[in-house]
Design a protein around this ligand. Sequence first.
Ligand SMILES: Cc1cc2nc3c(=O)[nH]c(=O)nc-3n(C[C@H](O)[C@H](O)[C@H](O)COP(=O)(O)O)c2cc1C
Length: 502
Amino acid sequence: MTWREYHEATKHSVESLRLTGRVLDWANMPDPFRHYEGVPVLDLSADPPAPDMPVLDVLQGAFGTTPVGDGLAFLSQLLFYSAAISASKRVPSTGYNYALRVNPSSGNLHPTEFHFLTRGLKSWPDGWYHYDPSRHMAEQRGRGDFEMKPPGGPAPIVFVLTSIVWREAWKYGERAYRYCLHDIGHAWQALALSARAIGCDSFAFGHFPDDEVALLCRPNMDEWPMLIVSLHGKCIPVREADTAKAVWLGGQANQLSKETIAHPLIDGIHFATKRSGSGSSHTSFAELAQTGSGEITLPSPASSTRSFGEVARMRRSALDFLGGKQSMSLAELSAILAVTAQPLLADFAGTRFIQLYLYAHRVDGLKPGVYRFWPERAELEQLKSGDQRVAAAGLSLGQDLAGNACVTFSMIGDLDRAAGTYGDRGYRYVHFEAGAIGHRLYLAAEALGLGATGIGAFYDDEVHRHLNLTPNHGQVVYHFAIGYPVLDPRVAASNDPQEITW
Ligand SMILES: Cc1cc2nc3c(=O)[nH]c(=O)nc-3n(C[C@H](O)[C@H](O)[C@H](O)COP(=O)(O)O)c2cc1C
């Protein structure tokens, strides 16, 4: 299987949806929480201090200066603002409560798990850990000085983000691999921005030998390592590393479902995008992204004083948007687009593969139509004029929110260029980048008092037709909508985890 075969086979069309006719087996729904039982559990302090730097500044690359005393406080704060539970939602018909987290996830199924290795963190034992968001605790899977030479050199904290693809495949079938990759992109930015808001930097590595990394952090068989994120910087409270011999504790992973259904296309694309340690995998010089210009120069970006801590935990996906007359300003759109143009710190992000196409519905000073964003010059190029609301909703599998938003996006990924540079592995990177941009869009929208929703469901080839894309423009990989959210009375949010019941 090649990336192209997988991508073509998992495109939505009216016909493919009719043939699929999926019925969800609720009794077999995977548990959204992984636990490694039988190992020591280290409690992370509840309700750590909130990073108070304005979120738009963090998104523009500024560093926060939240004082952190020791490793425990550091990890608690880092994870509370990147991966913890932040709200609950009540299903009126059953009275059942379920948890929502700081990082979004398609279908709220949360395929991403956070594993991390610490070495020389002050008042925190060196070892391998798995973060359990259901309790805001760290499960100690190994103790002592573990040999891991992260690609960028030693670091006091190294995360390995894994995907449990079955969680998504249960609902979305073979297309689920795409959503897991997006979710990794979101989780990566949630982590990187939380680190930055505290005051330290991070770098992500996508280019690693999968099986070797799996041997180091030993996730359960159903978890696949997808991204390594190492943290560094003076604000991380450090001491000398332990010299104690490494002891593996492991723990027993909980079973997520009674039964796991096989998805051969997912196995195929995962195998195709794996790298081996032999270095045989393809990597060549990255061709630069296309540049261009447009006739509309964006104004200075709007500002916001809302803090990172508040916005990260209040972020929610809108179920729908108010579709009336209220519009957003061009300065707000400018601020939202500006944060997508900031550099992404990763070994696969030297050149960008995603280009943003906008369906402008209600933006002051921008006629309804389709536009292409040129980030280098902060310009918009108009490609189509006229009302796009029906088109945007229709292309997003008939989801009203894409028409009721003020602006909807198609992220067009240059999958061929990525594959030309990184081989099939490039397929992952384009989706990571899309998820990362999506995460930045969520936070910027929230900072400005708007709402946002990632949209993984769209009619692929219909989008290409509507946008008049030729194969050298790329293919649609993610949709996104921003507008005035319809408030959801079922959501209960609190900064105090004790008050959230689910
Ligand atoms: C990759 C991705 C795809 C998504 N696709 C859709 C979608 O097609 N339609 C929709 O209404 N929400 C979509 N969402 C939003 C999720 O349903 C939402 O993140 C999840 O329910 C958790 O809610 P929260 O974001 O408020 O934490 C998507 C989110 C992500 C990250």
